[in-house]
Design a protein around this ligand. Structure first.
Ligand SMILES: *Cc1c(COP(=O)(O)O)cnc(C)c1O
Length: 420
């Protein structure tokens, strides 16, 4: 298991927040450190994920695809089969248990595309907590179906109208709320980033993924896999898939970032390869950020909303620096090819985020031998992304359908505007 050195992983990590938030982070850290080695707490977490989210998720062999590519045997860890369709719910359920132990009754979160907000709304409803989700006003319009469900689940969704009306402004607003409500409110962070103890805490709960992979590989392959591949947005599904293997030196760990359109500034979200990102401090922690020489955060691009982020987990920044994790990137066109290949050859619909891991994994598998095994973490399912996917592969015959659906979404948006 990954352990920080007082909140740091090598030179990365730390806790750079306003004074007023320190007591809440310390309280969370104390609670987490007291519980993380307690087997009864881990069992309580496992039971919740089993009863509620379908764990353990399967390890699926891709027999037809492996044969077609002619290299290593490819396996998928099926995080797409979680309740709500991705790995995010693992972390959120774990934090929900910590909230209960701390005796808090309210949670807040910020969300961009809405997936983390939706997972938080689901957790809050299940555990009987009040939830407020901050979201940029533009993101609300773009991702209205997630907003619709968050509200039906009983969460309050607050549209943030300032600045560019996207994730960054929502983050500022959520932090402002927290500064005034830390006594009774927990901030549910969605990935392995942010101030300590979040990177370590999120990786701990997501670690259930690699613990299962290990057991399943022993049962289904008879030994550990040669490589594990995961996509990297903030880094939570990657840390989850890698965590239990960090000390198994023979198992290669590969993180695939969004190579976007090109390596030109603003056309990708690659932070772990040399020459794109530099160390800096922002958003409460130190990591590799895409930024200019004055430390101003740069623009990012990815066809997958979940990989479109300027920072990256300080743990992955460190593990890449030490050589334990191998960084890779996949460009948009490689991602769409991998997406189509998986669908047509195996009948599985992957999220665009996860398709980056597929692109990177297929490329590596081709260079490996048929007696080798590679596990790709399928972080989420793609059928929820129908419009993004239809836009990513425009086809003339879809344009009427897209037009009609976008009109319907607008009607729904307008009809439910009064709801909070
Ligand atoms: C959010 C998301 C990601 C990226 O987040 P990580 O913290 O890097 O895991 C990847 N895949 C899916 C399906 C997501 O929803």
């Amino acid at each position: 298991m990954i352990r920080s050195d007082n909140g740091y992983f090598g030179e990365f990590g730390g806790r750079y927040v306003p004074e007023i938030l320190l007591p809440a982070l310390t309280e969370l850290e104390d609670m987490f450190f007291a519980l993380r080695d307690d087997p009864t707490f881990w069992q309580e977490y496992l039971t919740l994920t089993q009863e509620f989210s379908g764990r353990p998720t399967p390890l699926t062999p891709l027999r037809r695809l492996s044969k077609e590519l002619g290299g290593a045997q490819i396996w998928l860890k099926r995080e797409d089969l979680n309740h709500s369709g991705a790995h995010k719910v693992n972390n959120v359920l774990g934090q929900g248990l910590l909230v209960q132990r701390m005796g808090k009754k309210r949670v807040i979160a910020e969300t961009g595309a809405g997936q983390h907000g939706l997972a938080t709304a689901i957790m809050a409803a299940r555990l009987g907590l009040d939830a407020t989700i901050y979201m940029g006003a533009d993101d609300i319009e773009r991702q209205y179906s997630n907003v619709f469900w968050m509200r039906q689940l009983g969460s309050k969704v607050v549209g943030v109208e300032t600045g560019a009306r996207t994730l960054k402004e929502a983050l500022d607003e959520a932090l402002r709320d927290w500064a005034g409500s830390v006594e009774n409110t927990h901030y549910v962070l969605g990935t392995a980033c942010g101030p300590a103890p979040f990177p370590e805490l999120v990786s701990y709960f997501q670690g259930v993924i690699s613990q299962e992979i290990k057991q399943q590989a022993m049962a289904q392959i008879g030994r550990l896999p040669d490589e594990i591949v995961a996509c990297v947005g903030g880094g939570s599904n990657a840390m989850g898939a890698f965590g239990a293997f960090l000390e198994d030196d023979k198992v290669g760990l590969v993180g695939v970032e969004a190579g976007g359109l090109s390596f030109k500034e603003g056309e990708h979200s690659v932070r772990l390869l040399p020459d794109t990102a530099t160390p800096g401090i922002a958003q409460g922690y130190k990591t590799l950020f895409l930024q200019n020489e004055d430390g101003q955060l740069g623009d990012t691009h990815s066809i997958a909303a979940g990989l479109d982020y300027v920072g990256v987990s300080p743990i992955l920044a460190h593990l890449t620096q030490t050589g334990r994790v191998t960084p890779e990137s996949a460009q948009d066109h490689e991602v769409t090819d991998a997406f189509k290949l998986l669908m047509k050859t195996e009948g599985i619909i992957p999220a665009l985020e996860s398709s980056h891991a597929l692109a990177g994994g297929f490329k590596r598998a081709k260079t490996m031998r048929p007696d080798q095994h590679i596990v790709i973490n399928l972080s989420g399912r793609g059928d929820k992304d129908i419009f993004n996917i239809a836009r990513a592969f425009p086809q003339p015959e879809w344009s009427d359908f897209l037009q009609r659906e976008s009109e319907r979404a607008k009607e729904l948006f307008e009809a439910t505007q009064g709801e909070k």
